[in-house]
Design a protein around this ligand. Structure first.
Ligand code: HSE
Length: 294
Protein backbone atom coordinates (compact mmCIF):
# COMPACT_ATOMS: atom_id res chain seq x y z
CA UNK A 1 0.00 0.00 0.00
CA UNK A 2 3.05 2.22 -0.10
CA UNK A 3 5.89 2.63 -2.55
CA UNK A 4 9.16 4.55 -2.34
CA UNK A 5 10.49 5.70 -5.68
CA UNK A 6 13.53 7.43 -7.17
CA UNK A 7 12.57 10.03 -9.74
CA UNK A 8 15.56 10.95 -11.89
CA UNK A 9 16.98 14.25 -13.04
CA UNK A 10 17.03 14.73 -16.81
CA UNK A 11 18.85 16.80 -19.41
CA UNK A 12 16.55 18.30 -22.03
CA UNK A 13 17.44 19.56 -25.52
CA UNK A 14 20.87 17.84 -25.75
CA UNK A 15 22.18 20.78 -27.83
CA UNK A 16 20.56 20.17 -31.22
CA UNK A 17 17.17 18.83 -30.05
CA UNK A 18 15.43 21.83 -28.52
CA UNK A 19 12.12 20.80 -26.91
CA UNK A 20 12.31 17.24 -28.28
CA UNK A 21 15.46 15.37 -27.12
CA UNK A 22 16.32 14.44 -23.57
CA UNK A 23 18.18 11.92 -21.47
CA UNK A 24 17.92 10.64 -17.95
CA UNK A 25 20.63 10.68 -15.25
CA UNK A 26 20.88 7.59 -13.10
CA UNK A 27 22.60 9.07 -10.06
CA UNK A 28 20.72 12.28 -9.35
CA UNK A 29 17.05 12.51 -8.50
CA UNK A 30 14.28 13.03 -5.99
CA UNK A 31 12.78 10.44 -3.70
CA UNK A 32 9.07 10.17 -3.15
CA UNK A 33 6.77 8.00 -1.09
CA UNK A 34 3.28 7.34 -2.46
CA UNK A 35 0.75 5.76 -0.13
CA UNK A 36 -2.78 4.45 -0.62
CA UNK A 37 -5.12 5.87 2.05
CA UNK A 38 -8.82 5.44 2.87
CA UNK A 39 -9.68 9.08 2.39
CA UNK A 40 -10.44 9.90 -1.22
CA UNK A 41 -8.39 12.52 -3.06
CA UNK A 42 -4.72 13.49 -3.28
CA UNK A 43 -2.87 14.97 -0.30
CA UNK A 44 0.76 16.07 -0.19
CA UNK A 45 1.85 15.46 3.37
CA UNK A 46 5.50 16.42 3.23
CA UNK A 47 7.99 18.32 1.05
CA UNK A 48 11.60 18.27 2.19
CA UNK A 49 14.71 19.71 0.60
CA UNK A 50 13.29 22.84 -0.99
CA UNK A 51 10.51 25.20 -0.13
CA UNK A 52 7.64 24.10 -2.38
CA UNK A 53 3.88 24.34 -1.81
CA UNK A 54 2.02 21.58 0.02
CA UNK A 55 -1.30 22.56 -1.57
CA UNK A 56 -2.07 19.81 -4.06
CA UNK A 57 -3.20 22.11 -6.84
CA UNK A 58 -0.15 24.37 -6.48
CA UNK A 59 2.34 21.53 -6.43
CA UNK A 60 3.60 20.01 -9.68
CA UNK A 61 3.45 16.47 -8.28
CA UNK A 62 -0.05 17.16 -6.98
CA UNK A 63 -1.36 18.50 -10.29
CA UNK A 64 -0.14 15.48 -12.26
CA UNK A 65 -1.53 13.17 -9.55
CA UNK A 66 -4.94 14.86 -9.82
CA UNK A 67 -4.88 14.48 -13.63
CA UNK A 68 -4.41 10.74 -13.16
CA UNK A 69 -6.83 10.47 -10.24
CA UNK A 70 -9.57 12.07 -12.36
CA UNK A 71 -9.05 9.36 -14.96
CA UNK A 72 -9.71 6.49 -12.56
CA UNK A 73 -12.61 5.51 -10.34
CA UNK A 74 -11.52 4.32 -6.92
CA UNK A 75 -12.90 4.55 -3.38
CA UNK A 76 -9.57 5.44 -1.83
CA UNK A 77 -7.01 8.22 -2.13
CA UNK A 78 -3.26 8.81 -2.14
CA UNK A 79 -0.78 10.60 0.09
CA UNK A 80 2.48 11.87 -1.36
CA UNK A 81 5.75 12.65 0.42
CA UNK A 82 8.42 14.45 -1.60
CA UNK A 83 12.11 14.48 -0.73
CA UNK A 84 13.62 16.85 -3.26
CA UNK A 85 17.28 16.70 -4.18
CA UNK A 86 16.99 18.46 -7.50
CA UNK A 87 16.98 22.19 -6.99
CA UNK A 88 14.07 23.94 -8.71
CA UNK A 89 15.28 26.16 -11.55
CA UNK A 90 18.59 24.34 -11.93
CA UNK A 91 17.95 23.06 -15.46
CA UNK A 92 17.99 19.34 -14.82
CA UNK A 93 14.28 18.65 -14.79
CA UNK A 94 13.31 19.36 -11.20
CA UNK A 95 9.63 19.89 -11.94
CA UNK A 96 9.58 16.95 -14.35
CA UNK A 97 10.91 14.63 -11.64
CA UNK A 98 8.11 15.69 -9.30
CA UNK A 99 5.46 15.47 -12.01
CA UNK A 100 6.56 12.01 -13.08
CA UNK A 101 7.15 10.59 -9.60
CA UNK A 102 3.61 10.88 -8.31
CA UNK A 103 1.95 9.29 -11.34
CA UNK A 104 4.56 6.56 -11.64
CA UNK A 105 4.10 5.60 -7.98
CA UNK A 106 0.30 5.70 -8.14
CA UNK A 107 0.32 3.56 -11.27
CA UNK A 108 2.42 0.91 -9.52
CA UNK A 109 0.06 0.84 -6.53
CA UNK A 110 -2.91 0.50 -8.89
CA UNK A 111 -1.39 -2.51 -10.69
CA UNK A 112 -0.14 -0.57 -13.73
CA UNK A 113 -3.36 0.31 -15.57
CA UNK A 114 -1.54 2.99 -17.62
CA UNK A 115 1.40 2.74 -20.01
CA UNK A 116 4.35 5.14 -19.97
CA UNK A 117 2.94 7.36 -22.70
CA UNK A 118 -0.29 7.77 -20.72
CA UNK A 119 1.71 8.54 -17.57
CA UNK A 120 3.67 11.18 -19.48
CA UNK A 121 0.37 12.77 -20.53
CA UNK A 122 -0.74 13.09 -16.89
CA UNK A 123 2.68 14.44 -15.96
CA UNK A 124 2.50 17.11 -18.69
CA UNK A 125 -0.29 18.73 -16.66
CA UNK A 126 2.03 19.08 -13.66
CA UNK A 127 5.00 20.24 -15.75
CA UNK A 128 2.80 22.91 -17.33
CA UNK A 129 2.18 24.42 -13.88
CA UNK A 130 5.91 25.04 -13.49
CA UNK A 131 7.01 26.02 -16.97
CA UNK A 132 3.78 27.56 -18.29
CA UNK A 133 3.92 25.48 -21.44
CA UNK A 134 3.27 21.85 -22.25
CA UNK A 135 6.48 20.14 -23.25
CA UNK A 136 7.66 16.64 -22.48
CA UNK A 137 11.39 16.65 -23.20
CA UNK A 138 12.24 16.21 -19.50
CA UNK A 139 9.22 14.06 -18.62
CA UNK A 140 9.77 11.44 -21.30
CA UNK A 141 13.35 10.50 -20.34
CA UNK A 142 12.39 10.50 -16.63
CA UNK A 143 9.65 7.94 -17.34
CA UNK A 144 11.17 5.89 -20.16
CA UNK A 145 14.83 6.14 -19.10
CA UNK A 146 17.83 6.64 -21.39
CA UNK A 147 17.48 8.96 -24.39
CA UNK A 148 14.07 9.88 -25.74
CA UNK A 149 12.74 11.97 -28.57
CA UNK A 150 9.29 13.52 -28.29
CA UNK A 151 7.99 13.13 -31.84
CA UNK A 152 4.84 15.09 -31.00
CA UNK A 153 3.07 16.37 -27.90
CA UNK A 154 -0.46 16.23 -29.26
CA UNK A 155 -1.00 13.38 -29.74
CA UNK A 156 1.89 12.40 -27.50
CA UNK A 157 4.40 10.17 -29.25
CA UNK A 158 7.67 9.30 -27.54
CA UNK A 159 10.52 7.43 -29.24
CA UNK A 160 13.05 5.55 -27.13
CA UNK A 161 16.60 5.88 -28.37
CA UNK A 162 19.40 3.55 -27.25
CA UNK A 163 22.29 4.78 -25.09
CA UNK A 164 25.79 3.73 -26.18
CA UNK A 165 27.40 1.72 -23.41
CA UNK A 166 30.41 3.93 -22.85
CA UNK A 167 28.60 7.26 -22.78
CA UNK A 168 28.84 9.35 -19.59
CA UNK A 169 27.39 12.72 -18.66
CA UNK A 170 29.00 15.37 -16.48
CA UNK A 171 26.72 18.11 -15.19
CA UNK A 172 27.77 21.31 -13.50
CA UNK A 173 25.28 23.54 -11.84
CA UNK A 174 26.34 27.14 -11.32
CA UNK A 175 24.34 28.27 -8.32
CA UNK A 176 22.10 30.78 -9.98
CA UNK A 177 18.46 30.29 -10.80
CA UNK A 178 17.10 30.77 -14.30
CA UNK A 179 13.37 30.39 -14.79
CA UNK A 180 12.42 28.43 -17.90
CA UNK A 181 9.98 31.18 -18.83
CA UNK A 182 12.81 33.76 -18.67
CA UNK A 183 15.17 31.72 -20.75
CA UNK A 184 12.46 31.10 -23.32
CA UNK A 185 11.77 34.83 -23.47
CA UNK A 186 15.28 35.55 -24.83
CA UNK A 187 14.75 33.28 -27.84
CA UNK A 188 13.99 34.69 -31.29
CA UNK A 189 10.58 33.88 -32.77
CA UNK A 190 12.11 33.10 -36.15
CA UNK A 191 15.23 31.24 -37.19
CA UNK A 192 17.45 31.50 -40.24
CA UNK A 193 16.92 28.75 -42.78
CA UNK A 194 20.65 27.96 -42.98
CA UNK A 195 20.72 27.53 -39.18
CA UNK A 196 17.63 25.33 -39.26
CA UNK A 197 19.23 23.11 -41.90
CA UNK A 198 22.36 22.70 -39.79
CA UNK A 199 20.33 21.99 -36.66
CA UNK A 200 18.09 19.28 -38.14
CA UNK A 201 21.05 17.67 -39.87
CA UNK A 202 22.75 17.49 -36.48
CA UNK A 203 19.69 16.16 -34.66
CA UNK A 204 19.17 13.43 -37.26
CA UNK A 205 22.87 12.59 -37.02
CA UNK A 206 22.75 12.46 -33.22
CA UNK A 207 19.85 10.01 -33.27
CA UNK A 208 21.68 7.86 -35.83
CA UNK A 209 24.90 8.05 -33.81
CA UNK A 210 23.16 6.92 -30.62
CA UNK A 211 21.70 3.94 -32.46
CA UNK A 212 25.05 2.94 -33.92
CA UNK A 213 27.30 3.92 -30.97
CA UNK A 214 29.22 6.15 -33.36
CA UNK A 215 31.06 8.41 -30.90
CA UNK A 216 32.73 10.51 -33.64
CA UNK A 217 29.34 11.29 -35.09
CA UNK A 218 27.97 12.14 -31.62
CA UNK A 219 30.85 14.57 -31.31
CA UNK A 220 30.18 16.34 -34.59
CA UNK A 221 26.40 16.37 -34.02
CA UNK A 222 26.41 17.91 -30.52
CA UNK A 223 26.05 21.51 -31.68
CA UNK A 224 23.37 24.10 -31.17
CA UNK A 225 23.40 27.00 -33.61
CA UNK A 226 19.90 28.24 -32.75
CA UNK A 227 19.30 28.37 -28.99
CA UNK A 228 22.72 28.39 -27.30
CA UNK A 229 23.95 31.69 -28.77
CA UNK A 230 21.07 33.45 -27.00
CA UNK A 231 20.84 31.53 -23.75
CA UNK A 232 24.56 31.22 -23.09
CA UNK A 233 24.64 34.93 -22.26
CA UNK A 234 22.54 34.19 -19.16
CA UNK A 235 25.08 31.72 -17.75
CA UNK A 236 28.27 33.02 -16.13
CA UNK A 237 31.43 31.49 -17.62
CA UNK A 238 29.49 29.32 -20.08
CA UNK A 239 32.03 29.67 -22.90
CA UNK A 240 34.96 28.98 -20.56
CA UNK A 241 33.20 25.90 -19.15
CA UNK A 242 32.43 24.61 -22.63
CA UNK A 243 36.02 25.09 -23.83
CA UNK A 244 37.31 23.37 -20.70
CA UNK A 245 35.09 20.34 -21.38
CA UNK A 246 36.28 20.09 -24.98
CA UNK A 247 39.91 20.46 -23.77
CA UNK A 248 39.31 17.53 -21.43
CA UNK A 249 38.27 15.40 -24.39
CA UNK A 250 34.48 15.63 -24.13
CA UNK A 251 32.36 14.77 -27.15
CA UNK A 252 30.33 17.91 -26.60
CA UNK A 253 29.02 20.38 -24.09
CA UNK A 254 25.92 22.55 -23.94
CA UNK A 255 23.21 24.05 -21.81
CA UNK A 256 21.11 21.54 -19.91
CA UNK A 257 17.46 22.32 -20.60
CA UNK A 258 16.88 26.02 -20.05
CA UNK A 259 19.99 26.33 -17.84
CA UNK A 260 21.88 27.32 -15.81
CA UNK A 261 23.21 23.75 -15.55
CA UNK A 262 25.71 22.77 -18.21
CA UNK A 263 26.01 19.20 -19.47
CA UNK A 264 28.81 17.44 -21.20
CA UNK A 265 28.89 13.99 -22.80
CA UNK A 266 32.04 11.90 -22.86
CA UNK A 267 33.19 8.52 -24.05
CA UNK A 268 34.34 6.71 -20.92
CA UNK A 269 34.30 7.53 -17.22
CA UNK A 270 37.90 8.78 -17.21
CA UNK A 271 37.15 11.55 -19.68
CA UNK A 272 33.94 12.41 -17.79
CA UNK A 273 36.03 12.79 -14.63
CA UNK A 274 38.53 15.01 -16.45
CA UNK A 275 35.64 17.19 -17.58
CA UNK A 276 34.50 17.37 -13.98
CA UNK A 277 37.97 18.52 -12.87
CA UNK A 278 38.09 21.18 -15.60
CA UNK A 279 34.59 22.42 -14.74
CA UNK A 280 35.70 22.71 -11.12
CA UNK A 281 38.72 24.79 -12.17
CA UNK A 282 36.66 27.16 -14.27
CA UNK A 283 34.18 27.83 -11.50
CA UNK A 284 36.59 27.66 -8.53
CA UNK A 285 38.56 30.72 -9.68
CA UNK A 286 35.54 32.95 -9.42
CA UNK A 287 34.20 31.38 -6.24
CA UNK A 288 30.91 30.24 -7.65
CA UNK A 289 29.31 27.33 -5.83
CA UNK A 290 28.79 24.24 -7.88
CA UNK A 291 27.47 20.73 -7.74
CA UNK A 292 28.88 18.09 -10.01
CA UNK A 293 27.11 14.90 -10.94
CA UNK A 294 28.31 12.13 -13.16
N1 HSE B 1 13.03 22.38 -23.72
C1 HSE B 1 12.80 23.23 -22.60
C2 HSE B 1 13.56 24.52 -22.80
C3 HSE B 1 13.27 22.52 -21.38
O1 HSE B 1 14.73 24.47 -23.17
O2 HSE B 1 12.99 25.59 -22.59
C4 HSE B 1 13.17 23.32 -20.14
O3 HSE B 1 12.21 22.83 -19.29
Amino acid sequence: NEIKIFSPATVANVSCGFDVMGFCLDTVGDEMVIRKVDKKGIVITKVEGFDLPLETELNVAGVSAIAMYNAIEVDFGFEIEIYKNIKPGSGIGSSAASAVGSVFGMNELLGRPFNKTQLTEFAIKGEALASKCEHADNLAPALFGGFTLVKSVSPLQVLEIPTPEDLYATIIHPQIEIKTSESRAVLPKEVKLSNAIEQWANLGSLVHALHTSDYDLIKSALKDVIIEPHRSKLIPLFNEAKSSAIDAGALGCGISGSGPSIFSLSKGLDVANNVKANFENVYADLVIDYDIHI
